[in-house]
Design a protein around this ligand. Structure first.
Ligand code: ZN
Length: 95
């Protein structure tokens, strides 16, 4: 007895309750292991994005307005409104 699925060359299985059922490979396909794996992947990507966003926010927090006696370009990229507070516009244009 062959598996009842189209294009399937495996043997069907006999279930004590349901009788002839598709082979294991077909049942797994039908059980939706692909959609659930996809769902898992999306969850992971979302989580990664959150972690990355948190990391970015954190990096900006750690930035200091000055590196030694030079204005820190990355700091003022993150806080452009601070450029005039620190009166470094001319300095930044030189960098
Ligand atoms: Zn099959």
């Amino acid at each position: 007895m062959r598996c009842i699925r189209k294009n399937c060359k495996n043997y069907a299985e006999i279930h004590p309750l349901y009788g002839t059922i598709p082979c294991e490979a077909c049942r797994q396909e039908k059980d939706g292991s692909i959609p659930s794996r996809r769902k898992f992947q999306f969850a992971n990507i979302g989580k990664l994005h959150r972690v990355q966003a948190q990391r970015d926010a954190h990096l900006a927090d750690l930035l200091q307005p000055f590196e030694g006696n030079r204005p820190n370009v990355d700091f003022f990229k993150n806080y452009p409104d601070k450029v005039d507070d620190y009166q470094v516009r001319g300095e930044l244009e030189k960098i």
